[in-house]
Design a protein around this ligand. Structure first.
Ligand SMILES: Cc1ncc(C[n+]2csc(CCOP(=O)(O)OP(=O)(O)O)c2C)c(N)n1
Ligand SMILES: CC(=O)[C@@H](O)[C@H](O)COP(=O)(O)O
Ligand SMILES: [Mg+2]
Length: 634
């Protein structure tokens, strides 16, 4: 006889009967509501174990169900902006059984992935691409005479990026069928910022309203009695002016039909609205859906910012399960250092592109609100905005993840480096980042930055060197990149006073005769450990911390390369065009044609997994370095 608690009895979940969205389309409203609860339970349980983007995914459970019920996915193309809110989508599209492997090494991705499912037509991770992707797909369908639909779901945070507006602007012009769902929860990772955000929520400030009123009054005065009648209503209060403006006006000006705002957690209303859009719409339409980030899990609803992306946690109270004894992160040391430096130097100002917490700038924002700028998800604008600040003599620091900086390469080249402006880019999350995977690994920056004239590139070996580098950067006259990794530092003491480093001067950490190890940034400590192992085997390795990837210390490096006769470079970056390439160029220029190994990532996108797993796989941890040296000497 079956005990009520056995797995077989528990397996009566509706979710376990859903193999594809086809199964959803035969369920009743009550069953869909039950399914919404089961999806939430599964998402919470899995993220509590593996970590992940909890609040964004909880916020779109009903929307996900409604979209798959109404639209004929995968033929109708469903595109999720950023893709960090796709856990319910994954559970409903054939990935339920592997869902427990979410974000793990060799497991399913935390973002949409074409190789995982036909229900993921595109790959995302970086924001604000959905409208352009969707419009391209729609234009292709038009050419191919394919009448199926295209739906792009974009959050209010992602809507702050220029790229989203480039897509909307083009969509209004092309006039192809495209459904854009604006998932508005008034949150980016932190509270959403910017004029658009206040417009959407109609929280217009008194000043904006007064300006609008003056403008409208001028126009209406030009009309006769009709204008006067409208004017008398508008003059009554600011509230009536607010009522006069709807978020729809903005999108209608871009030639979208606007529908909404509609409640995003009421399945029947969502389904009815989407059916209407599906059956009666032609051309671009924007459906404005209001959702609650973190919906259905109290701690996440109360603090959606803390539960946007979270590590493992205890479900009962939402408290994070922290590893004890881990050293302070590079990010935290950066955040503390900018505050210390800002107290000494009034020119210092900081910028984030919607990531004040992730980049460690929140304490700065609290202490120096007038010297802090959150520009929204607008990395390109952030760089040129920083250039403008520098033109007037300020010292801007733009703190940004390496992978998101990819967006702003031209702005860096053209607006900062060409005029040689003293802008500092604090490049956090350089190297592999772990579970977020290929969309977020910062493994290209050395290669896409190294060639830019006027640019100084530094990488600290530990958190103490990070603060000295930031101090050095602040006092330098040109643009500087300061590159550091995600996660814990080395656990070294952080000096109480700052030291200025000599630009372009490396640090000899260990003398040796058989091989020169040249590790960059976070690879220095593994290289030192490798040198210890090698010494025990009778192999003598010299270790130089280059400190500067650009300019390179050619004197120290060529001296020890010539002395040892063999060189191994190690970087948490792709080897193509990276630090190792610059060393090869240097050795070649000095006609030092020595056996040289470049350790780093090969010419492919790097999978997800813990940093430790990925460093080991690429052979850039201490064991890998030892192996390479042994092979060289064999
Ligand atoms: C180009 C880029 N910059 C920054 C980020 C980091 N990021 C991920 S989600 C997010 C906020 C997105 O807000 P929204 O679109 O409103 O989605 P929500 O999380 O509120 O559902 C940010 C800033 C990113 N993914 N891509
Ligand atoms: C989806 C996204 O881009 C961010 O939420 C990112 O996952 C944050 O990563 P960190 O955990 O490294 O801050
Ligand atoms: Mg949002």
């Amino acid at each position: 006889m079956q005990n009520a608690d056995t797995p077989a009895a528990v397996a009566t979940r509706l979710l376990d009967t859903i193999d594809s969205p086809l199964d959803l389309r035969r369920l009743s409203l009550i069953q869909l509501m039950q399914l919404a609860d089961e999806l939430r339970d599964t998402i919470i349980t899995t993220v509590a174990e593996n970590g992940g983007h909890l609040a964004p995914s909880l916020g779109v459970v009903e929307l996900t169900l409604a979209l798959h019920v109404v639209f004929n996915t995968p033929y109708d193309r469903l595109i999720w902006d950023v893709g960090h809110q796709t856990y319910a989508h994954k559970l409903l599209t054939g990935r339920r059984e592997r869902f427990h492997t979410l974000r793990r090494f060799k497991g399913i991705s935390g973002f949409p992935k074409r190789s995982e499912s036909v229900y993921d037509p595109v790959e995302t991770g970086h924001s604000s691409t959905s409208v352009s992707y969707g419009l391209g797909i729609s234009a292709a369908k038009n050419i191919l005479n394919d009448r199926s639909k295209v739906i792009a779901v974009i959050g209010d945070g992602s809507m702050t990026a220029g790229m989203a507006f480039e897509g909307l602007n083009h969509a209004g012009d092309l006039d192809r069928d495209l459904v854009v769902i604006l998932n508005d929860n008034e949150m980016s990772i932190s509270k959403n910022v910017g004029a658009l955000s206040s417009f959407l929520s109609r929280k217009l400030t008194g000043r904006t309203i007064r300006r609008l009123r003056d403008h409208i009054e001028d126009r209406l005065m030009a009309l006769s009695s009709v204008g006067e009648n409208i004017l008398s209503v508008l003059r009554k209060s600011e509230e009536s002016i607010k009522g006069f403006f709807t978020p729809g006006m903005l999108f209608e000006a871009l030639k979208f039909k606007y529908i909404g705002p509609i409640p995003g957690h009421e399945l029947d209303g969502l389904i009815a609205t989407l059916e209407n859009v599906r059956d009666h719409n032609h051309g671009p339409v924007l459906v404005h859906v209001i959702t609650t980030k973190g919906k259905g899990y109290k701690p996440a609803e109360t603090h959606p910012d803390n539960y946007h992306g979270i590590g493992p946690f205890t479900i009962s109270d939402g408290s994070p399960i922290k590893k004890t004894g881990t050293p302070v992160t590079y990010t935290k040391v950066f955040g503390e250092t900018v505050c210390r430096l800002a107290r000494l130097d009034k020119r210092l100002v900081t910028i984030t592109a919607a990531m004040p917490d992730g980049t460690g700038l929140s304490p700065f924002a609290t202490e120096f609100p007038d010297r802090f700028f959150d520009v929204g998800i607008a990395e390109q604008h952030a760089v040129t905005f920083a250039a403008g600040l520098a033109v007037e003599g300020l010292r801007p620091i733009f703190a940004v993840y390496s992978s998101f900086m990819q967006r702003a390469l031209d702005q860096l080249i053209h607006d900062v480096c060409l005029p040689n402006l003293p802008v500092i880019i604090a490049l956090d999350r350089s190297g592999v980042v772990g579970a977020d995977g290929p969309t977020h690994h910062g493994v290209f920056d050395l290669s896409f930055l190294r060639f830019i004239p006027n640019l100084t590139i530094m990488a600290p070996k530990d958190e103490n060197e990070l603060q000295h580098m930031l101090f050095t950067a602040l006092n330098s006259e040109g643009p500087v990149i300061l590159r550091y990794p995600r996660g814990s530092g080395e656990g070294v003491a952080v000096d109480s006073s700052f030291t200025s480093l000599d630009i372009g001067k490396a640090e000899l950490l260990r003398e040796g005769d058989d091989v020169l190890l040249l590790p960059v940034g976070n690879r220095v400590h593994p290289a030192l450990k490798a040198a210890d192992h090698l010494a025990a085997e009778g192999i003598s390795a010299a270790v130089i911390n280059p400190r500067f990837i650009k300019p390179l210390d050619d004197v120290l490096i060529t001296k020890w390369a010539a002395h040892t006769g063999r060189v191994v470079t190690i970087e948490d970056n792709i080897v193509h065009g990276g630090f190792g390439s610059s060393v090869l160029q240097l050795l070649h220029a000095r006609t030092l044609l020595l056996p040289t190994r470049l350790l780093g990532y090969q010419d492919q996108f790097i999978e997800q997994g813990s940093q430790t797993e990925l460093w080991a796989k690429a052979g850039i941890d201490s064991n890998g370095i030892v192996r390479s040296v042994r092979e060289m000497l064999a």
